[in-house]
Design a protein around this ligand. Sequence first.
Ligand SMILES: [Zn+2]
Length: 283
Amino acid sequence: MNLRWKDENAPKPQVRQKNGITWLSYPLLEQCPGIRNAFSTREGGVSEGIWSSMNLSYSRGDDPEHVTENFRRFAEAAGFDFETIVTSDQTHTTNVRCVGKEDCGSGITRPRSFHEIDGMITDTPGVVLATFYADCVPLYFVDPVHRAIGLSHSGWRGTVHKMAAATIREMQKVFGTNPSELLAAIGPSICQDCYEVSEDVTEQFAQTFPEEVHSRLFYRKPNGKYQLNLWEANYQIFLESGVPESQIQMPNLCTCCNPDALFSHRATGGKRGNLAAFLWIEE
Ligand SMILES: [Zn+2]
């Protein structure tokens, strides 16, 4: 698979392959033995057309049997049981839910037991968290001390409302997580060069983030539009929350710069399937 890295010299996720399926894993998160992560690519599924081929979403108009087969194949390759997946119900909120064994299969083998949840946390081994993407930002959280994990979806709305901080607060409350001990990763998502937004969006970022970081978050173009950096915004939120710089892995991979390998909403004008991020504690 040909991937265009944002920076050839910066740390990259590892590219893994099995049974014709390609996925990405962030090595920083694997410093904690028994905690695994995987981010899907388009490669290795059975879906066709705009969903070709590893579409992992039932809500994009694809044949549900193809989607289930994709989940089954992906899980087998990455090394987990697809019936233990718990899927988020993403609606651009900062709602975070602690999930457990009783939620396994939610959104895949049976209807979801909860709604409007963009982030999930757990400390139960064998519960596979899954969230969905096609340009929005995946956020991974690993607490190696309490052996707890979190996975959150953060588009521009989630980012301006600081989904990363909301997830960390919930992990503090439920597991006693200390942010200084967290390992964090920002997953494949749209880069600043590809992400043009209008002024009403950057205004909200200007109000939320301290002025000294504004120049790193967005700049104005002659056409009156802005280019917004969701990677840097989420990085700043991790720092603000007390996660040390050396414990944050940046994505280094843009969905929109790699439309053949990854699903991108912007690159396809919305005609696309979904990628998925998975994070779990091995049983
Ligand atoms: Zn890009």
